[in-house]
Write a new protein. Structure first.
Length: 135
């Protein structure tokens, strides 16, 4: 069973962005699955993978928003930068002292980190990108 699930109501109207979001959900689920095993190593591995993929996704999403003349692009970029920093900070805390970042805490944080952004911010660009690619 998965911890997090991507559902249709999370769709931003662009299949490629939805696929990216599904991949981010999958990475968080990887951590959930690993919690019954060597969770300490999973935190480290998943944070690294998540950072790599997050940077890739944010860059691609920002290109799409720029091409669609999305009016809140700058605000969205700033939020993305802050989100990357949050994960970098978590990884730093983990590297300084792995015991300070329990897997259950990382899981809870990352789930909210992703879902709040998709629901609260990404869904707002839906009508803009649909319009620009719909003609
Ligand atoms: Fe975003
Ligand atoms: Fe996104």
């Amino acid at each position: 069973m998965s911890y997090l699930q991507w559902t249709e109501n999370l769709s931003v109207g662009v299949a490629r962005m939805d696929e990216h979001h599904k991949k981010l959900v999958e990475l968080i689920n990887t951590l959930f699955d690993a919690m019954s095993g060597d969770a300490t190593r999973a935190v480290d591995t998943v944070l690294g993978d998540l950072l790599d993929y997050t940077r890739y996704h944010f860059a691609e999403e920002e290109k799409l928003l720029a091409a669609s003349n999305y009016p809140a692009l700058e605000e969205h970029q700033a939020i993305h930068r802050a989100m990357v920093k949050e994960v970098l900070d978590m990884r730093q805390r983990y590297q300084d002292n792995p015991a300070s970042v329990p897997a259950v805490e990382a899981l809870d944080f990352l789930s909210k980190w992703l879902m709040r952004h998709i629901i609260g911010k990404d869904l707002r660009y839906r009508s803009y990108v649909e319009e620009s690619s719909g003609s």
